[in-house]
Design a protein around this ligand. Sequence first.
Ligand code: GAL
Length: 819
Amino acid sequence: MRFSSSFLALLLMVAAPALAQSRQDILLTSDWKFTKGDVAGAAQPGFQDAKWQTVRVPHDWAIYGPFSSTNDLQQVKIEQNNEKQATTKAGRTGGLPFIGTGWYRRRLAVPGFGPGKRAELVFDGAMSNAHVFVNGKEVGYWPYGYNSFHFDITPFLSPGGGANTLAVRLENQPEASRWYPGAGLYRNVHLVVTDEVHIPVWGTYVTTPTITADFAKVKLRTAVAGATAAQSLRLDTEIRDAAGTVVATTSTPLAATDGQQFEQNLVVPQPRLWSPETPVLYTATSKLYAGSVLKDEYQTRFGIRSFTFEANKGFSLNGQPRRFRGVCNHHDLGPLGAAINPAALRRQLTLLKDLGADAIRTTHNMPAPELVSLADEMGFMLIVESFDEWKKPKVKNGYSQYFDEWSERDVVNMVHRDRNHPSVIMWSIGNEVPDQWAPGGTKIARRLQDIVHREDPTRPVTAGMDQFDAVVGNGFAALLDVPGFNYKPHRYPEAYTKLPQALMLGSETASTVSSRGVYKFPVVTAKDKKYPDNQSSSYDLEACNWSQTPDEEFAAQDALGYLMGEFVWTGFDYLGEPTPYDEAWPSHSSYFGIMDLAGLPKDRFYLYRSRWNPTAATLHLLPHWTWPGREGQTTPVFCYTNYPSAELFVNGVSQGRQTKSSSDKPQTQYRLMWNEVKYAPGSLKVVAYDAQGKAVAEEEVRTAGKPHHIKLVTDRPSLAADGQDLAYVTVRVEDAQGNLCPEASNEVQFKVTGAGQFRAAANGNAASLELFHEPRMKAFQGQLVAIVQAADKAGPVQLQATGKGLKSASVTLQTTAAK
Ligand code: GAL
């Protein structure tokens, strides 16, 4: 039932005097003690932890290194990479010391705790096998390191809530992962204090069953816990738009027949629809009353948008057909490791926006909640993924050991936590799980999909499949709402004829490998190509035996109307999986990224940008043009652009005009290529022409002289003084004229003074063993990135960068008081 707004206003006024602080959500970030190794008695309140390290959570104990080839050394045959025999893989999980046990301890004050109060701990993720103790007693266990979980700690707290001890034991097993998992309390821990009568964790579920231009129906289901039958409960809900204006209200009594759940139906007039381009959000604020006493207040942020997945047509958002311009990303934040930081995530999403990406697949596990919230705010569609393996293992000690007992709980938590987010468009129940072809695998897929549907019937389920013949033959692919194929552009037509859905997704594509700024000659298309320097060529023609260059996927997507777009492997390089150098230490981070581990764009960034970002002009030349010793030698030049044609000049001499054209070679459709250019030092210039043949833009690369000075370019001039915020400062080694010295490898030293600290550096060199947190690092191909972290107090903060033989540089940032 809906009440008129004036009646509701009256109700709210009556209720107002009873307002009390009904719910507290406290982030447990500071005052943690940490030690590595197992320690007897560490859960006990009286345990002396004074000698342990003081850390701030989120914390990744392994990212500080040192790197070693013996950290999680794996002797494996990677079946999904078509390997025929086992070999030793040193950098597979990043070469960092994340194996073993770690303990965290902290005093736990629970404000306002007492009779009639409840307290809950919410872990956004803990890596891994978390045993949580309060006052020496175990309150719960959760094995899967990527999932969020929560425990009621009410019965374990001391009366009055003053002096409690929280202890967490975590343990990472060897050979449990295919990439760097991180270690420790790498995501936030929340203490949630409520009244006994309360809305439980993730206790609301909002859907928008009808959306028209005039109105949207909003259905809000709110669970309630802790109430006795005698209490007369009422839920008052108001929805505010992004400007904070109340746009809908309702008040609902809980009837005896409602069970422990309110259902409210509200109408938002003239809804503003959420999309990647218009990430408009609404907030429902619900107040739970027992009689006239306010018991709880709960906010649910959501968006109003509709989507369809239709046979032969593919995907539409708000009635507009579109294709996913997606990337897959692992969870690590490069030099910060797995420790979550909202500023680091925001920077990644900012870069992805410029790329023109509109979607992310959170491979191959549940993301940090901050990523999902930022995707809502900044406009990205998400496939939230759960598992990399089910019952049949990929790695010796992986999730398969927990699958039977935990998979339902893990899926339920995933869906409950994230189902109110407009960014979440699909759920993925797995990635290339070996159960694709194992007996019983289809049944597991059905079971998992059913669990997801039960918890959230509004979104389709997908999975990333690689075993094409098996899944098309055994019913696995046919049962999924949306079949997702990994690296199968040449087989899409066959899947289309054999599967009932008549639509499909490139759930994982390309896996092209390259090292930023590295170019190899002669320029050839190659699979699994290795070089003595452990780098891959940035001509973007090198892939793995199972994977492709970007253009091959583009061609398939452009030819086939039933495809729904692609998710490129990967947006950013990540720690671990250094294919094609899996056996070649010191390689320990990936080569797949469109951006490197420092977040610097590789050439491929511009290839995707030319296709995905329609609102910006892209005109990018490669390679660099500083090749002493290559004079007169063939040095192919590529241009990534969204202009249809362009003319290339070397020192003013035309090399001819190239136009994108269809041919057997997909590259010619998407790149402009001059394959016979002879290198001569000086100027390499491209002039782009629009469809009418008018010269409209140009780009020039010049041969660089000797390294002369450091140039610093910050991504942000000011930061919040919250002890967390980050500026990413790109460090360039330039010649006297300001040209990038594209092969420079000078070591740069950093010093941060004022209201901040040096946090980390990264250069994107997958074979460098330099430690990220040391205030010095070598430039890789002329560049690196230094990360400055704001202190808690506001003021100017200065980063100074020096290097032998280089004129030093500094940049001053302002930090301002956090809200
Ligand atoms: C896929 C897999 C990814 C990654 C990628 C590398 O098969 O799903 O996790 O390993 O290959 O190309």
